[in-house]
Design a protein around this ligand. Structure first.
Ligand SMILES: Cc1cc2nc3c(=O)[nH]c(=O)nc-3n(C[C@H](O)[C@H](O)[C@H](O)COP(=O)(O)OP(=O)(O)OC[C@H]3O[C@@H](n4cnc5c(N)ncnc54)[C@H](O)[C@@H]3O)c2cc1C
Length: 410
């Protein structure tokens, strides 16, 4: 792991005392760690949220920012995972309405037959995902009329004859993660480096930490421990406990951000070979394009020229009306998907998550894999397991906005 890759801590001291004690210590403040902190708070259980960087500073800020069933699962046949995502999508729309925006995504087709197949698949997707709290009445689903299709510049010169619109939910991933943390009473130990653990006969006892702000030392005692370290899990387990087992496969995905293109109003989801989808999404006054898949070894890796090229080639082949290579790339970002280890190409690995009870430290649970979309549900389950207390409010209690500002409707 490259230390240089970790964001520098802010200036100024941290006011926390040198010794802290909680019921549950959570390491990793991405969407899973933050969601678990909220779940524990809803159940009245004390917890600490520890991160080497800041809340939402890892993979949970580099996603495609969709709370979705995964339209591509329609193609891969993973219907159970898709339906779980669709159900969770409705929950997010209820508890985080200011961080969510419903959209009608257009899936363009190259032939009449493909159009028919899309309409059947999308019909089922929208039927199973018909719970859409706050859906704007003006967004149309199903077959896109020819005049509407032709108004979009992306329809010109390309291989597409028409499109079918389906519903999905867009979010702002980092803000959502920070809202979850702000909706908890967790003791926040951000910018803290975990040095070593003290162990007892029944598991982990105490964590020795260094505050990266000023080098001061802290100790954190807890009865239960959860590691939600995303793609850094295997590296941390090797460093802290000498474990060589790989629990995860890591897959990098790249997004490019262009200036907004007039007339590109709706997000497009273009089917590509091998079941991949090319998203072209207008948001925040820009055009977000993604994504790619490349197996990597670490949570921090640079973007390769080949990854940029892959996206530009796909854009040129599918949307040739726009001079993609001449349009300035305003921003580019790479995120690393933590995927539960299995054989085969990472493209075909399930995005499902596993909660692993550590075989030696019985009071430690590892969160492996997962998605933004299902993070709340998974952490609801884990919090129920840890505390023995189910909590209906998890699905209804509105999130607190971390910045106090309602998100702009963009
Ligand atoms: C390109 C891409 C597109 C995606 N698109 C979507 C999508 O549209 N919808 C969807 O639902 N999902 C999507 N995902 C998946 C989703 O983003 C991830 O599954 C999710 O963000 C993982 O969250 P996490 O909390 O497990 O990990 P992270 O967000 O990575 O959190 C792990 C945290 O652990 C911290 N950490 C690491 N090492 C240490 C250490 N030693 N000590 C303390 N803290 C440490 C990190 O700083 C980080 O904050 C996408 C992923 C990628 C990469």
């Amino acid at each position: 792991m490259s230390d240089a890759a970790w964001p520098a801590p802010p200036q100024g001291p941290c006011a926390l005392p040198p010794r802290l004690e909680v019921e549950v210590a959570i390491l990793g403040a991405g969407i899973h760690g933050a969601a678990l902190a909220r779940e524990l708070t809803l159940r009245g259980v004390s917890c600490a949220l520890v991160d080497r960087g800041e809340v939402g500073g890892g993979t949970s800020q580099w996603s495609s920012q969709l709370l979705h069933g995964g339209i591509r699962y329609m193609l891969t046949g993973d219907i159970r995972q898709m339906r779980e995502g669709l159900a969770e999508r409705a929950t997010w729309a209820r508890i985080a309405p200011r961080r969510c925006r419903w959209e009608a995504f257009w899936m363009p087709h190259r032939s009449r037959l493909e159009g028919l197949a899309h309409r059947v698949g999308i019909g089922l997707y929208d039927f199973w995902g018909s719970e859409r709290p706050g859906w704007p009445a003006d967004l149309r689903l199903g077959r896109v009329s020819r005049p509407d299709f032709l108004i979009d510049p992306r329809a010109t010169l390309g291989p597409f004859r028409g499109a079918t619109a389906y519903a999905d939910l867009m979010t702002w991933d980092r803000d959502l993660t920070k809202d979850l943390a702000a909706s908890s009473e967790a003791l926040l130990l951000d910018f803290h480096e975990a040095e070593r653990f003290d162990q007892g006969s029944d598991g982990l006892k105490l964590l020795h930490l260094v505050d990266r702000r000023d080098g001061s030392l802290r100790q954190l005692a807890a009865r239960r421990w959860v590691f939600a370290l995303g793609p850094w899990t295997d590296g941390a387990m090797a460093r802290w406990f000498g474990e060589s087992r790989k629990r995860l496969r890591l897959s990098a995905g790249v997004h490019l951000w262009f200036d907004a293109v007039p007339g590109c109003e709706r997000p497009w989801a273009i089917r590509r070979p091998k079941g991949r989808i090319l998203f072209v999404i207008p948001r925040d006054g820009m055009l977000q394009v993604g994504t790619t898949e490349r197996e990597v070894e670490d949570g921090w890796v640079p973007i390769l020229k080949a990854e940029r090229e892959e996206l530009l080639d796909a854009l040129e082949a599918n949307l040739p009306i726009l001079p993609w290579r001449e349009m300035p790339v305003q921003a580019e970002e790479l995120g690393v998907r933590p995927l539960v280890a299995a054989r085969g190409a990472t493209t075909h690995l399930s995005r499902e998550a596993v909660l692993e009870r550590h075989s030696q430290f019985r009071n430690l649970t590892l969160v492996l894999g997962g998605k933004l979309t299902t993070a709340r549900a998974l952490m609801d389950r884990l919090a129920t397991d840890l505390t023995g207390r189910p909590c209906d409010a998890s699905r209804t209690a509105p999130l607190r906005l971390w910045d106090g500002q309602p998100a702009q409707i963009r």
